[in-house]
Design a protein. Sequence first.
Lengths: 361, 132
Amino acid sequence: MKKTVDVSIPVGPVHPCWKEPVRIKCETRGEHVIGTEVEMGYMKKGIERIMRGRPWQEVMFLAERVCGICSVVHNMVFIEAMESISGITPPPRAAYLRVVVNELDRMASHLLANFSYCYTIEHETLGMYLLNEREHVLDMLERITGNRVNTAYMIPGGVRYDLRPVDEKVLRETLDLLDENIARYTKMFETGPMIALRSKGVGILTKEQALEAHAVGPTARASGIAVDQRTRHPTYKEIGFEPVVRTEGDNYARIMVRFEELKQSINLIRRALAMMPDGPIRGGGICKGGEVRYSGEAPRGELTYFVKADRYGRVEDIAIQTPSIMNIDACSHYMLKGVSSIADVTSTFISSDPCIACNER
Amino acid sequence: MTEYLYEKDLRPLKYNVLAAPRQDRTVRAMAAVLGVRVQVLRRHLIERLDMSDMENMPARWEAAHAVQAGGGGHDALADALGRDLFVRKIAVFTPAEMETAYGKARALADGGTPLADAVEEGKKTLREVITP
């Protein structure tokens, strides 16, 4: 019988490059990876089951605990799902403040993702620079919401805290600083010859494969699919938003999409601050019963909540479809297949920005 | 895939994934299409799919149906049997298993058997793979 597999190499569950535990079984022929299988279950929380039967006031706190990295968007999508069931519209100022906080959260997530990638390809200097910038972003989140993660900033009919003039001034100054520094780091990544060797043409996900696996977020946008839930969001429509798209579909493209989205987020926040009217930040409203499927754009892609609530606003049934579910599948079944070196398995996996906490919920 | 000495039995975890609301709805829909019992299909899926496949199953199912709703393929028999859906989109069957079923159904359809009967014959072959 012809021998097709030389060695089966397990990568993880504990690995220096992994942020969370996951095991990838790699079937290799020489250095060539011919197939992979993802094994999870190391951090299953069963959070959907915990949510069931609880009032929305408790579920909103549980929702942002699905993921520590993109907690704001879980809060936002759940609250907007409840608002859509109950016919509540937040005041304009609150809607813009939601965009500001959501984009800060996206920046924190993208900076962490790109740090992880740089760390994985042994470019720790750039990685540490990026982490340093992330601190500025988290400081801004803390200044506006009171917390760096799990902010619980959004509530049905508005947000918890207003943006004080002094905070707005500091936010604008921080954005200027971030704009300058991120441009410098993007250039470092774009022009680094060793980075190009590890990233260009590695872990390719074609447009057809991305569509088949229903890939979302920067992973899909790096493969030429212009999919972004922000294009459907009313506040983003007012501000003016166009998704960042690249066509290469490799590791390099995925990281560059995130760098470009960082610049885009800075501009979105600036525009939101410029367009934000004065006025109340809470419009009130009572959560009612009903059923909805509501999607928002998390840093990693389309995040969907299926919520069924009773007439008291108690969550009867809930299912969460996080973007990492689709992206990890796309990564393990398409990107990693055919990777020419086992050393590229970790970097390719990290380039899809997998969130195991989101995936396992 | 190769078995390791320290391999965990993943069946309970995989079952938990399949029992989640969206996965459960998808498995029931698939079982209805194929005409098998849900429990039997679950066991088959636990054997064939990895956890990432299972988590993404509802999204793949929806994506495949969206493509089909937008025009789909030109082969009604292949669409009815899920030739693409159950092999490439959700790997319930290997390409060889599906080709055997499709080949039988195609031969019947070309021989003048009504399409519904040919599809049923193809599904019968597929059910033999799932049901031990």
